[in-house]
Design a protein around this ligand. Structure first.
Ligand code: NAD
Length: 263
């Protein structure tokens, strides 16, 4: 049996970490995927990549254009997912935007709101919708017969939700919020057999960071491994947390950062 017999729903799936996550689910045997992003062209590319790894007609991956800041669009996304596949087992909330790279006195309220409404409120809206759906469904069987869960949520936070860095208060705050919101939900929904964890990537080579590669040199050198991570390396940790192999992992903030947060 596949480690992923259920339905995966991934936000931010048009690019970077979430795209690699969606493709990895398909590569590892998940055959029902819901891809959400506001970038339709990117979603179509992810669908093509899924066909390449799974084979033509082997995995069903629907693309649903969604702005995660809209409660209505998030609700419509989950209605569509359930209409198509009947349930949602692995919800990965990866849609996000980069820091505005300004100190607080230079940051406008609009800039602060934009970062937080996408990174924090958008993550909460999609996590909340996933939890609501998971509460209504029974656990699936697992790969080795251990007790299953009603669902597993993985929120993409950041190493910058754990530590600070210069000129990023709005971004760091949004990611710290994701980490602690995840912990609270993990406490609240353990009794309902729903697992909720976050992943905290370090500096990862994706379209989000590529235009800023030279600016990122100091950040890269903070990590003892002194390199950027790949989207695949983050996706691997997301897939572990989503799977029944992580059956006793709850409320974790798993760093994938080459050691950035060790000191
Ligand atoms: N790349 C890094 O170094 C890094 C480090 C730590 C955390 N992260 C986090 O990982 C996640 C993915 O980042 P990435 O590097 O893959 O970036 P990316 O820019 O490659 O992908 C982000 C995706 O989110 C989508 N998105 C943005 N706002 C949206 C909205 N309102 N509604 C729907 N979709 C929206 C974008 O269209 C894009 O496809 C983000 O939450 C980011 O903060 C990234």
């Amino acid at each position: 049996m596949s480690l992923y017999p259920g339905v995966a729903l991934i936000t931010g799936a048009a690019s970077g970490i979430s795209q690699a996550t969606a493709v990895s689910f398909a590569r590892e045997g998940c055959t029902k995927l819901v891809l959400a992003d506001r970038d339709e062209a990117g979603l179509a590319r992810t669908q093509q990549l899924i066909v390449q790894v799974a084979g033509e007609g082997k995995a069903a991956a629907i693309a649903v254009k969604t702005d995660v800041t809209s409660a209505e669009q998030v609700e419509a996304l989950f209605l569509r997912a359930v209409a198509e596949f009947g349930r949602v087992d692995y919800a990965v909330n990866g849609a996000g935007v980069l820091s505005n790279n300004k100190r607080s006195h230079d940051t406008t309220p609009d800039e602060f709101d934009r970062i937080n409404v996408i990174n924090y409120r958008g993550c909460w809206l999609t996590s909340r919708a996933a939890i609501k759906q998971m509460l209504s469904q029974d656990p699936l069987p697992t790969h080795d017969g251990r007790p299953g869960v009603r669902g597993s949520v993985v929120n993409i936070a950041s190493q910058l939700g754990i530590v600070g860095r210069p000129a990023a208060p709005a971004y760091c705050g949004s990611k710290a919020a994701v980490i602690n919101m995840t912990k609270c939900d993990a406490i609240d929904y353990s009794r309902d057999a729903i697992r909720i964890n976050s992943v905290c990537p370090g500096v990862i080579d994706t379209p989000m960071t590529q235009p800023n590669a030279s600016v990122l040199e100091p950040a890269i050198s903070i990590a003892p491994m002194e390199r950027m991570g790949t989207a695949q390396e983050v996706a691997d940790c997301v897939l572990f947390l989503a799977s029944s192999k992580a059956s006793f992992v709850q409320g974790a903030a798993m760093v994938v950062d080459g050691g950035y947060t060790i000191n």
